[in-house]
Design a protein around this ligand. Structure first.
Ligand SMILES: Cc1cc2nc3c(=O)[nH]c(=O)nc-3n(C[C@H](O)[C@H](O)[C@H](O)COP(=O)(O)OP(=O)(O)OC[C@H]3O[C@@H](n4cnc5c(N)ncnc54)[C@H](O)[C@@H]3O)c2cc1C
Length: 391
């Protein structure tokens, strides 16, 4: 399941006018947190917040639509291949070594003014830099050991009820469980269940269905009872969140930037990855519009990306560092942030304004620190005793 948060959708609409409409006309599904999308905490539904829309589709659908829109740009050429290294010239990157096409073992060089590393969380850029005598960016890892299990189901289009449901359970064990289901293209449901460490879901249909039945919102058990599973259960393991500190490097070549997961990769349950990549691309846009010298290190770019990364990391890091199996040493700040976030989650069950502010942060429209403003904290404190015991 890949949820496109508002922040990412805004960037895609900016670069590809009519992007959201194009997605919807091709079969993606629009849900509104005021009516057809619902969030649950321990089985209690959070108060609806009209006007907060979510577009759901499968990731391949979204990716192929981005690809088709990009292909319409006259100055874009696609080359299929595997990047194998960089060419350096007088303190800057001047090309990419790659192999591709029919000659998978061969090597070609593509000359460039600017190389963008978008190779994802396993990017080998650090090794390539080190191999050429440059400093690699420090890599910070936060162990989370999250497991995803996903399956597709039929969906009766005549059923005009919920189109997206996200149900978070916070048991006393301290191991959160998330179940998410969303209507996607082709009259299907995509359904996901997650668990950490020893509670990770396995690739087993019965385990999957049982987890759906156990979800306290009731939507999952009902859907998997009524609908037919299409194909099997797919699992994915996310061992750690990662970020690379490019902005702290004292020596970095010109002609090179990195974005997306190659800079930072987060716990996927927060759905921040694609939108973060979109915001990094917005930083690159702004940097290039400033007419920089591309032979100089892109320091301004990396400083702006750092701000985006820090905000996204802040949303999830405290909760992740406090997972019972985490090897991280949580700071007092992490503990305080977790207490506030749990209280915000509780208050958002009953206080529409708190829920709206929470959704602004969750959609990356607002900085997480906005939840610490006195007005919000006061509202949250008034709802301190909201009952969240499991239903
Ligand atoms: C289970 C799961 C659920 C997620 N859910 C969400 C969600 O709901 N919402 C959300 O926004 N994000 C979600 N994410 C995160 C999201 O997938 C990533 O943040 C996003 O894809 C990052 O985009 P990227 O382009 O930086 O990297 P990627 O999407 O990883 O793309 C990197 C690409 O580079 C290619 N590549 C790598 N090395 C080379 C090479 N040497 N030469 C050529 N090509 C290379 C790879 O094949 C890949 O195609 C989820 C991730 C997972 C794993």
């Amino acid at each position: 399941m890949h949820i496109l948060l508002d922040a990412g959708r805004t960037q895609l609409d900016r670069w590809f006018p009519g992007f959201s409409d194009g997605m919807l006309s091709r079969g993606a599904v629009l849900a509104d947190v005021g009516s057809t999308a619902a969030f649950y905490l321990n089985g209690h539904r959070k108060v609806p917040v009209p006007g907060n829309e979510v577009i759901s589709s499968t990731r391949p659908f979204l990716e192929s639509y981005v690809h088709s829109r990009l292909a319409e740009c006259g100055n874009v050429v696609f080359r299929k291949g595997r990047a194998r290294g960089l060419r350096f010239d007088s303190g800057r990157v001047s090309g990419v070594l790659f192999s591709g096409g029919d000659d998978a073992d061969g090597s070609e060089t593509l000359s460039s003014d600017l190389v963008v590393d978008a190779m994802g969380r396993s990017s080998r850029l650090g090794e390539w830099l080190a191999g050429a005598g440059w400093q690699p960016p420090a890599l910070e890892r936060l162990h989370v050991d999250l497991g995803y299990a996903t399956a597709l189901f039929t969906r009766d289009p005549a059923d005009s009820g919920m189109l997206a449901v996200h149900s978070l359970s916070l048991p006393d064990s301290g191991m959160p469980r998330l179940a998410s289901m969303a209507a996607v293209e082709g009259n299907r449901w995509i359904v996901v269940v997650t668990g950490y460490a020893r509670e990770r879901p396995v690739r087993d249909t019965e385990d999957f269905l049982e987890r759906c039945r156990q979800d306290p919102s009731g939507h999952f058990g009902k859907a998997v009872g009524l609908e037919r599973m299409l194909g099997g259960v797919a699992t994915y393991r996310h061992p750690d969140n990662r970020r690379r500190a490019f902005s702290r490097l004292s020596r970095f070549p010109g002609g090179l930037v990195a974005l997306g997961d190659s800079v930072a990769s987060f716990n996927p349950i927060y759905g921040q990855g694609m939108s973060s990549a979109g915001l990094h691309a917005a930083c690159l846009d702004e940097y290039l519009r400033g007419g920089p010298s591309l032979s100089e290190p892109a320091r301004d770019y990396f400083e702006n990306v750092d701000k985006v990364v820090a905000a996204a990391w802040q949303t999830s890091a405290a909760s992740d560092a406090l997972l019972p199996h985490s090897s991280a040493t949580p700071t007092r700040q992490d503990r305080a942030a977790k207490v506030v976030m749990d209280a915000v989650l509780r208050a958002s069950l009953v206080d529409r304004e708190v829920h709206r502010r929470f959704l602004d942060v969750a959609n990356m429209r607002a900085h997480p620190n906005t939840l610490l403003r006195p007005g919000t904290l006061l509202r949250v404190a008034r709802r301190w005793r909201t009952d969240v015991s499991p239903v």
